[in-house]
Design a protein around this ligand. Structure first.
Ligand SMILES: C[S@@+](CC[C@H](N)C(=O)[O-])C[C@H]1O[C@@H](n2cnc3c(N)ncnc32)[C@H](O)[C@@H]1O
Length: 251
């Protein structure tokens, strides 16, 4: 039955997508534009980089070196293939298989830590506390995090997120958490609905149809769960979104 292990099916679904979470070039650029100053060649870490959607944007936006970290080899292999196609060498890109909950970088290694759609795996505040020491003094952290945009969500959205991510905050509560974790707020940026659809949910719908056709009944559980998440988003506009938090280390 191992070929239909739900995690493997989920991975197979994700590997066929251009991104592994909501986001876009425009959203990455908007968050990046908030950074007041970076060295000419910044040291950057992209934590939970997946197949590298943001990694390649950061390489385009800076002259720095990006260390792209993810736990799952198949994502990193895809990232490596793209780097090779684009002729990006080791002086600009370090691909590292690693656990972002237990990183072994030296303190103050980076001018900027970037992470799109992945800090929730540690929890927002705990993630910031854990990563703070890897950022240089006055360096930056930019993370995107699923966030409530309303204080009065529908029952459907509330029940789903209470189960999926009970500690999901609001922009205000996340900003307070960031300050407690030792950062000041440079700015926030809310992802648009198109940032969820264009490179994530729309290709995911196409991939679900394809997998349903070729893989059959055994993978139905994972596929219907993914469909339910898309339906929740479409049925509850404006109630929640990913939000970028651009932060400066204070001490
Ligand atoms: C929602 S995806 C976001 C991926 C990517 N940043 C993007 O926006 O396309 C979360 C990523 O975190 C990675 N991940 C999960 N647990 C991890 C861990 N403990 N350490 C490092 N990466 C992890 C997953 O493999 C996945 O690539």
């Amino acid at each position: 039955m191992s070929e239909f292990d739900p995690f493997k099916v989920f991975l197979e679904l994700q590997l066929g997508l251009p991104r592994n979470g909501p986001g876009s070039r425009a959203a990455t650029e908007a968050a990046f534009a908030m950074l007041p100053a970076l060295p000419e060649k910044p040291e950057i870490a992209d934590l939970g980089c997946g197949q590298g959607a943001s990694t390649f944007e950061l390489l385009r936006l800076t002259k720095g070196r990006v260390t792209a970290v993810d736990l799952f080899e198949p994502f990193l292999e895809k990232l490596g293939e793209r780097a090779e196609e684009e002729g990006i060498g080791e002086e600009r890109l370090v691909i590292m298989r690693g656990d972002m909950t237990a990183l072994s970088f030296r303190d103050a290694s980076f001018d900027l830590i970037w992470s799109e759609g992945a800090i929730y795996l540690l929890g927002f505040e705990h993630g910031l506390e854990t990563w703070a020491r890897f950022v240089k003094k006055d360096g930056f952290v930019a993370v995107s995090e699923c966030t409530w945009l309303t204080a009065t969500p529908s029952d459907e959205a509330r029940v789903f997120w209470e189960e999926a991510y009970p500690s999901m905050g609001t922009i205000a509560s996340n900003c307070e958490a960031a300050v407690r974790a030792g950062f000041e707020i440079v700015g926030t940026h809310v992802l648009t609905d198109e940032d969820w659809r264009a490179a994530y949910y729309s290709p995911m719908q196409a991939r679900i149809a394809e997998m349903r056709e070729t893989w059959g009944e055994e993978v139905e559980g994972v596929l219907s769960e993914a469909e339910a998440e898309i339906a929740l988003f479409e049925n509850n506009p404006g109630q929640y979104s990913y939000v970028f938090y651009v932060l400066r280390r204070k001490d």
